[in-house]
Ligand binder design. Structure first.
Ligand code: SF4
Ligand code: SF4
Length: 506
């Protein structure tokens, strides 16, 4: 069995983070620490303290924009002309359409959603390569809703100290009123969250009326119930547990990151050895070093996941930047420079320790590669969306009989043709067949017009299925299987859609 390596540190060394210990151990020629921490830890209730500063403001802005979009988007209208829904973003299951402003996707175009998911993944990788867990700290729905629920909790039960004191004491009538108010408001937010979700699947103003009058479909109530429960549980009760134990992204991003990615970092080169202001003055007077960290624990108290950033990077840190704000506020009060905790890299810490110049390297092979993939994939999607056909044809050959010999010796094959009209107006089409020397094509059940042509009309944004028979009158019988090309032609615009199939003979 492989022996567990042990760390060999200078016992007189000041308290430093795990990461610093590793660096120090490596420098001293020591070994990695033995990790004997338990596999499962009991849950510790976290009372995050409110803070203010640049990153808090960014988080407020992101919260307002993302929740604003989520709750209000179903009510945004978009004029697509007659015969089309007016909701800007709509997943219309009965009509099997997805509408996103000027884009309308049909079921057979679902690959655009796959492309969108690929783009989103690469964008996530790019964010990660530039500034770590930006998604986790600012944009993830779990973070945004938990932040909102923390705000509601503080409104009713007070900030960290007040809340902790009230939880430690015997419950009073005020405690019960505060807790009831909090849970009621949480449930209301959760209910709105579920309610907003279902509005993406039907005309929002109509569905709101139907929901209020009890006339909405059962599925709408069911989904609102499910999402109310999940939002209330995940954002109100499970909070950091989702990030710590349920979400796979921290593990994935840990494998994707590199040493140049900016991350929320405690600059232990500046902070250590930690000591109070008084002790620092004393140490300075003796000519001894003293770090800037005053052990006030403000960075830990504001952390929504209960992490001590001074212990180095960990999966529990969602990189929300709130500890930067908290520490900056402390530094300002002490008259010291901000940035004891900041977006930085371990490489820079090492560089500073060695007296070298720190640097930020945002443009590197992986960021360029991610940006290139986003540009290419996005470009292809935009191009294909802009140039896609507004008509389509699909064909199924009759299975039985494969062909029929007519009394005059001609051969006949039958097909079912599905014609797609993606435009929002009526269109008329003719269908032709190439590949056989002498053929006639008939739409079954459709009479010819005065000019002898047989046209098939398709309603706006609709598909139509028609039966077609193709008869071959050529003197020489065709091969047992001849490849033929069906052409669907719009008689007004001349736009053409094509599909190949086979003509069978004996
Ligand atoms: S807030 Fe800053 S000074 Fe206070 S404990 Fe954290 S790192 Fe040290
Ligand atoms: S350690 Fe700092 S950045 Fe990380 S989750 Fe806590 S407050 Fe946010």
């Amino acid at each position: 069995m492989q022996a567990v390596r042990t760390i060999a540190l200078d016992p007189a060394a000041p308290p430093v983070s795990d990461l610093a210990r590793l660096v120090q151990a490596a420098e001293l020629g020591g070994e990695a620490p033995e990790d004997d921490s338990p596999l499962y830890a009991p849950r510790r209730k976290i009372y995050p303290q409110s803070t203010h500063g640049k990153f808090r403001r960014i988080k407020w802005a992101v919260l307002l924009v993302t929740l604003g979009i989520y709750y209000l988007l179903p009510f945004v209208r978009w004029d697509r002309g007659p015969n089309a829904p007016t909701q800007a973003v709509l997943i219309d299951f009965p009509a099997r359409r997805f509408y996103f402003f000027f884009i309308e996707l049909w079921p057979q175009e679902i690959y655009y959603l796959t492309g969108l998911l690929i783009l989103a993944s690469i964008a996530l990788f790019l964010m990660n390569a530039i500034a770590g867990r930006v998604w986790c700290g600012y944009l993830c729905p779990q973070t945004v809703w938990t932040d909102l629920f923390f705000t509601i909790e503080r409104f009713f039960e007070g900030d960290r100290r007040e809340h902790m004191r009230s939880d430690a004491q015997k419950w009073t009538a005020r405690t019960i009123i505060n807790k009831a108010g909090k849970h009621f408001t949480w449930l209301m937010v959760a209910w709105w969250t579920g309610g907003a979700w279902v509005l993406y699947f039907a005309d929002a103003p109509t569905l709101v009326k139907d929901l209020a009058t009890g006339q909405a479909p059962f599925m709408a109530y069911l989904w609102i119930g499910i999402l109310t429960f999940t939002t209330y549980t995940l954002a109100g009760h499970m909070r950091e547990q989702v990030c710590l134990y349920m979400c796979p992204w921290p593990r994935i991003q840990a494998a994707l990151t590199d040493e140049y990615a900016l991350n929320v970092t405690y600059r232990y080169d500046r902070g250590e050895p930690r000591c109070s202001v008084k002790k620092a003055e004393h140490l300075h007077a003796l000519g001894q070093p003293a770090g800037d960290c005053v052990e006030c624990l403000q960075c830990v108290h504001v952390c929504p996941t209960g992490v001590d950033i001074r212990d180095g990077s960990s999966l529990g840190c969602i990189q929300c930047g709130l500890c930067i704000d908290a520490c900056d506020n402390v530094m300002v009060k002490l008259g010291r420079a901000k940035g004891l905790i900041a977006y930085d890299t371990d490489l820079n810490i090492k560089a500073r320790l060695e007296g070298k110049q720190p640097f930020v390297k945002l443009v590197r092979m992986r960021t360029l590669l991610y940006a290139a993939v986003i540009a290419v994939a996005g470009g292809i999607m935009i191009f294909t969306l802009a140039t896609r056909d507004s008509e389509g044809i699909s064909i199924i050959h009759d299975r039985n009989p494969m062909y029929v010999r007519m009394t005059d010796g001609a051969l006949r094959n039958g097909y079912t043709i599905r014609i797609v009209n993606k435009q929002l107006k009526y269109r008329e089409f003719i269908v032709s067949v190439d590949g056989l020397p002498s053929t006639l094509i008939d739409f079954v059940g459709l009479p010819p017009r005065k000019d002898g042509r047989q046209l098939v009309s398709v309603g706006p944004d609709q598909t139509r299925e028609v039966r077609v028979v193709v008869t071959d009158y050529s003197a020489t019988p065709p091969a047992p299987s001849t490849s033929v090309l069906f052409k669907l032609i719009d008689i007004d615009s001349g736009q053409v859609a094509e599909m190949r199939d086979h003509f069978f003979g004996p």
